[in-house]
Design a protein around this ligand. Structure first.
Ligand code: GLN
Length: 262
């Protein structure tokens, strides 16, 4: 099963400080994950990172949620150029993932998270049981054009379209994720649904049958990840069946992190 990570903070950090440098960085989780529940041994079917472009974030007259997206359908460890880029690029917020494709689903760049739309970045770690048949009724609630423009023929891409539909209908990000989890579990019981959504200013995430942890940093930043990036005591395991919402603080104000039952 895939591994994913999101970060939001008051000060820029390099992509490498989260994705490649820590002892159990996402890079290491791509070839040696330690808490893969429900199958899969490595996450070698591609990877992606979307990050917020700092200069535009600070200019409210511009699109405040301008992102850059880098995705590949190769293992992260084979992409020397990415490892180089990651050490040089800084951001205050990102969403990243390494993929282990569910059997029967395509291996392609477009199937790699994060998925992006309207300044938001989304990742799904898990599987929808009985895909695609169990999701036919939920898919039919989408506008035909949303189905015709799915990022990929995968459960994760459909979940993203369902989340987007709720956001477009005015739901806040936490309600949108919780609603999609509830509807999907009703349609496809036993699904594994760790969803992760960032907009540059906050992170919302669910833990449904997969590992998830978070930590806060002294400068007010928050990192959410499938597996802790190191052995620091600051990591907190998120209980199964939870919804997490996190906003960064400052060196003087702690971040706001809430974990509630779904
Ligand atoms: N089912 C999704 C996919 O195939 C996510 C896979 C995973 O979490 N391993 O893309």
């Amino acid at each position: 099963m895939c591994r994913h990570l999101a970060h939001v903070g008051p000060t820029p950090v390099t992509l490498a400080s989260l994705l490649t440098e820590p002892p159990h960085a996402l890079l290491v989780q791509s070839y040696a994950p330690t808490d893969m529940r429900g199958g899969g041994t490595v996450n070698a079917d591609g990877f992606g990172v979307g990050w917020y472009v700092r200069d535009l974030l600070s200019d409210s007259s511009e699109d405040h949620a301008r992102t850059a997206l880098y995705r590949r359908d190769d293992p992260m460890w084979t992409d020397a150029s990415f490892l180089d880029l990651a050490a040089a690029v800084e951001t205050t917020a990102l969403v990243a993932a390494v993929r282990s494709a569910t059997v029967g689903m395509p291996v392609s760049t477009a199937a790699c998270a994060p998925f992006r739309a309207d300044g938001r970045l989304f990742s799904h770690n898990g599987v929808v049981r009985g895909w695609p048949h169990t999701m036919a009724d939920l898919a039919a609630t989408l506008a035909p054009v949303d189905l015709l423009t799915l990022d990929a023929a995968t459960d994760s891409a459909l979940l993203w379209a369902l989340v987007r539909a709720r956001l477009a209908a005015g739901k806040d990000p936490a309600d949108a994720l919780a609603g999609v989890v509830a509807d999907t579990l009703a349609a496809a019981p036993g699904s594994r649904l760790n969803l992760l959504l960032g907009d540059g200013e906050q992170i919302v995430a669910t833990a449904v049958d997969h590992a998830l942890s978070y930590r806060t940093h002294p400068d007010g930043a928050v990192t959410v990840a499938s597996e802790p990036l190191d052995l620091d005591d600051a990591w907190v395991a998120v209980p199964d069946g939870s919804l997490l919402a996190a906003r960064p603080g400052t060196p003087h104000d702690p971040p706001a992190v809430t974990v509630t039952a779904l």
